[in-house]
Design a binder for this molecule. Structure first.
Ligand code: NDP
Length: 328
């Protein structure tokens, strides 16, 4: 048992609702592990949780990604041992903390060559890119030469997606909210970039594809981009709506899919992480591309745990690029 610093919210709201509290953290129970955190990952889903877009039972902790050292393992846990360097992306929330107890099935050992900062910066975002590019497209999946549109391409998920797509031989058209962000996405492997704050991205995508449109749109922006994203798809194209940074997509008319006989999916990472085996298999693929150096994890922002309010404000204000970390 020890007293740990934990970020808690009593009710949903703006960044100020997050407060540091001292909380007793005990020994792990059966199937659990206790992790002393080194770094916690910042993710846009933390904003949805804090603001109430994705409701949580209150009061609540926050955060779904971290790295650190295993301090104790509970009964029945055989894949981890005290002293292991580990990382995780997981439910339940509660990663914004100096240490925590959590389900061991979510936690994986980090390979020697991958630092604890990289571990916390890449698990939730990198596993997301793994399932988006490698598991989400049916009927043979994506093939080298296919063209996809990826919104918010200079963000945490976005910069990993640009690099992984290039590695797979895909032509990724990336959108971003400033010329500087567009340049960053291009440097990380986007074949074309579009500043969607000042350009009609659907018209530009049509130009880049000689009028055909793209095979897949990956849209985490939501309300603002929904209609334009549908217009970018080729016949039988797939709309992957996986987030809502600009607001939740309003109810959709099925007729909006019929003109081009489109497919639509609304996937969630945690469905893919349901078992320890699937989590490890996805993590192994991520570790492989990172260890080879074909995907680097750009860490654009680092904050102290006590600066968590500022970290959220900057993420919401669209001033961040790549991954952000809370340094414990
Ligand atoms: P990012 O670092 O990508 O930050 C979000 C980005 O969204 C901003 O930087 C901004 O980039 C863009 N954006 C566009 N419109 C707005 C707006 N109105 N307000 C704020 N941001 C806006 O975040 P993450 O890498 O953590 O996550 C990216 C997205 O992926 C999020 O929507 C997240 O919820 C989703 N996600 C979904 C998962 C799933 O399994 N369904 C799993 C993981 C992430 P710009 O200025 O360039 O437009």
């Amino acid at each position: 048992m020890s007293q740990e610093q934990v970020v808690r919210i009593a009710q949903p709201g703006a960044a100020e609702v997050m407060q540091l509290e001292l909380v007793e953290v005990g020994a792990p129970g059966p199937g659990e592990v206790r992790v002393r955190h080194a770094f916690c990952g910042l993710n846009y889903i933390d904003i949805y949780h804090r603001s109430g877009v994705y409701p949580l039972p209150m009061p609540s902790g926050l955060g779904m990604e971290a790295s650190g050292i295993v301090e104790a393992v509970g009964e029945g846990v055989s894949h981890l041992a005290e002293g292991d360097r580990v990382a995780y992306a997981s439910q339940p929330v509660g990663a914004y903390a100096t240490a925590r107890v959590m389900p061991a099935r979510c936690v994986v050992r980090l390979p020697d060559g991958i630092g604890l900062d990289t571990g916390a910066a890449m698990m939730l975002k990198g596993l997301t890119v793994q399932y988006l590019l490698r598991k989400t497209v049916p009927q043979g999946g994506l093939q080298a030469g296919d063209t996809v549109l990826f919104h918010a391409a200079a963000g945490g998920v976005g910069l990993i997606a640009c690099q992984w797509a290039r590695h797979l031989g895909l032509k990724l058209i990336g959108t971003a909210g400033s010329d500087e962000k567009c340049e960053l996405a291009r440097q990380h492997g986007a074949a074309h970039v579009i500043n969607y704050r000042r350009e009609d991205f659907a018209a530009r995508v049509k130009e880049h594809t000689e009028g055909r449109g793209v095979k897949v749109v990956y849209d985490s922006v939501g309300a603002d981009t929904w209609a334009g994203s549908l217009a970018c798809l080729s016949t039988f194209g797939l709309m992957v709506s996986f987030g809502n940074a600009s607001g939740v997509v309003p109810p959709v008319s099925l007729a909006s899919l019929s003109a081009n006989s489109l497919y639509l999916t609304r996937p969630v990472l945690f469905a893919h992480l349901a078992t320890r085996e699937s989590t490890q298999a996805m993590a192994d693929e991520l570790f492989d591309v990172v260890s080879q150096g074909v995907v680097r994890i750009p860490i654009g922002q680092r904050y102290a745990l006590a600066e968590v309010q500022q970290a959220h404000r900057e993420l919401e204000a669209r001033t961040t690029t790549g991954s952000g970390l809370l340094v414990i």
